[in-house]
Write a protein that binds this ligand. Structure first.
Ligand code: NOJ
Length: 560
């Protein structure tokens, strides 16, 4: 094991320190991170083998997307056994080893929990199909009779997030067409009925199972979707928009008041355990004020700030969302989180240079309008990351962004696996372009993802020059910038700091101070002269003179 400077991490590891207030949390998408057994799909042993590179990067915690038993219809977000590891990812023993190895390096680990729906292969759903209408087995899910004379119409007009209707009609055990079940996502992901105490108790058991193993918390999938409006009323969106809920309000399956009771209950379960366990909600809500409801005292510790993620790369927008986020979250005593990329959105090294509308989940492919210029996307991504990592609160990174990976646009149709692609008959490309296995070594099979060269999604040839080993020896690389930004963020305690806006700069410059660090992002064409006597400690691009060019972020301290 490489010897590591964990002094910064040990602060976060102090019991009672509320580590999640300032932590930098790195998302591992298990199937695409590192593949120890060479089958083309990443696994837990692959992660353990690559942990030192994450310690070198300087992250405080890991979030693992689902690795539980699943038929993989939605890449693991369709679970059949919440308390075991899918064989494609390894075993529970492999998980324990990973957790211990992460903790030994001062890195915490949170796991993904999927409580809105299970897989249709889950024993409960199979039992529900067999048991028939009105049974306690059906009462664990959202079964309803159809409308129309013969029940031939869906119970309401809701649409699946992945396209098509949110209801599927089943064939009853006697061979007749029967009831319908609700699936806000794919038809292989039936929604649980969270008003059922049996469902509530089962998830307390699942939480305790992972807490007993020592996890530091949970990322809660679709945290805003568990409770549906009484009577399941039809929903008529005011405008086509973000199907996860970020663009619209009053959606009868997002953000219902009753959902908060579930997290108040879970908060108490986590509080039974020592060591500051945390919940982070995945709740796409239209405003930061709505998001802040998830992190009121006695509820979750964190929630993803998707308002920030979806913000345009414009100075007024950036200033506004940062100010609004800090105000809204501070009002409930919580830190803001910051995130630019994850496994559901176009990678920010591409997204920030798109020139056409691209709603979340649609993805980009060969025929998409407004494709990004790669160099511009990367330049803006580096500037955006340097800006984000200077903000107080907790920041989420998505695997591969530290290499500046772009969205893979040219994936062949027959390689695509996202249910969105299938349910919209190719109308939406979906999310595969941000899920391609990441490159570790330029000259190795599958760029070091494994030793066999297999990869569940093809890696583009131009990724050789983005491989981690190439970037490790280049002081100007994206990786080098991330490592330095994280080192400075810890050294200057920026995660626990504050934002003090600075006057005296043009509107095209976002300028603030966090502690002893001044942060400037120049959005304007005109180069920004550095203030007299300032020392540049970080720059998102190498600087050639005394000016900050367009789409560059610098961190400054006073000279000496
Ligand atoms: C949100 C997850 O991030 C996404 O990947 C998944 O498809 C849906 N929830 C359904 O679980």
């Amino acid at each position: 094991m490489t010897s590591l400077d964990t002094s910064a991490l040990s602060r976060n590891a102090t019991p009672g320190s509320e580590w999640w207030r300032s932590a930098v949390i790195y998302q591992i998408y298990p199937r695409s991170f590192a593949d120890a057994n060479g089958d083309g799909i990443g696994d837990l042993r692959g992660m353990t083998a690559r942990l030192d590179s994450l310690a070198t990067l300087g992250v405080d915690a890991l979030w693992l997307s689902p690795f539980m038993v699943s038929p993989q219809k939605d890449a693991g977000y369709d679970v059949t056994d919440y308390c075991d590891v899918d064989p494609i990812f390894g075993t529970l023993a492999d998980f324990d080893e990973l957790l211990a190895a992460a903790h030994a390096r001062g890195i915490r680990l949170i796991v993904d929990l999927v409580p809105n729906h299970s897989s249709d292969q889950h024993v409960w759903f199979q039992a529900a199909l067999a048991a028939g209408p009105g049974s306690p087995e059906r009462a664990r899910y959202m079964f309803r009779d159809g409308k129309g004379q013969h029940g031939e119409q869906a119970p309401n007009n809701w649409e699946s997030v992945f396209g098509g209707p949110a209801w599927t009609r089943i064939t009853e055990a006697d061979g007749t067409l029967g009831q319908w079940y609700l699936h806000i996502f794919d038809s292989s992901q039936p929604d649980f009925d969270w008003s059922n105490p049996e469902v509530q108790e089962e998830f307390r058991r699942i939480l305790r199972f992972w807490l007993d193993r020592g996890v530091d918390g949970f990322r809660v999938d679709v945290a805003h979707g568990l409770v549906k409006a009484d009577g399941l009323p039809d929903y008529f969106p005011r405008a086509a928009g973000d199907s996860m809920g970020g663009d619209t309000d009053d959606v009868p399956y997002w953000g219902q008041e009753g959902v908060h009771e579930i997290y108040r209950d879970w908060h108490k379960v986590l509080a039974e355990y020592d060591g500051d366990r945390a919940l982070c909600g995945e709740a796409w809500l239209p405003t930061v004020e709505e998001m802040a409801k998830w992190v009121r005292p006695g509820e979750m510790q964190q929630t993803f700030n998707f308002g920030y993620l979806m913000s345009d790369w414009k100075p007024d927008t950036q200033r506004r969302i940062i100010a609004e986020s800090i105000a809204a979250f501070s009002a409930v005593g919580a830190p803001s989180t910051w995130v630019l990329s994850n496994h559901d959105v176009v990678r920010h090294a591409s997204r920030l240079a798109l020139t056409a509308e691209n709603p979340q989940g649609h993805g980009i492919g060969p025929d998409s309008p407004g494709k990004p210029i790669p160099e511009l996307g990367l330049r803006r991504a580096r500037a955006a990351t340097a800006l984000m990592l200077a903000l107080p609160g907790s920041a989420y990174l998505y695997q591969g962004e530290e290499l500046g990976l772009p969205e893979v646009i040219e994936l062949p149709d027959d390689a695509r696996q996202d249910p969105t692609w299938f349910r919209t008959h190719g109308e939406r490309y979906g999310r595969d372009g941000c899920r391609v296995p990441i490159p570790w070594e330029a000259d190795a099979p599958a760029y070091g993802f494994n030793t066999t060269g297999a990869a569940w999604l093809p890696q583009p040839p131009e990724w050789a020059e983005l491989a981690r080993d190439v970037q490790t020896t280049d002081a100007a690389s994206t990786l080098a910038m991330y490592i330095e930004a994280l080192r400075l963020r810890h050294a200057h305690d920026l995660g626990l700091g504050s934002v003090e806006w600075l006057d005296g700069y043009k509107r095209k410059v976002v300028a603030f101070r966090n502690g002893d660090v001044t942060v400037l992002t120049n959005f304007g064409k005109k180069p920004l002269e550095l203030p007299e006597g300032a020392r540049v400690v970080l720059s998102s691009e190498p600087l050639t003179g005394s000016a900050v060019p367009q789409d560059v972020t610098v961190w400054l301290t006073a000279a000496n």
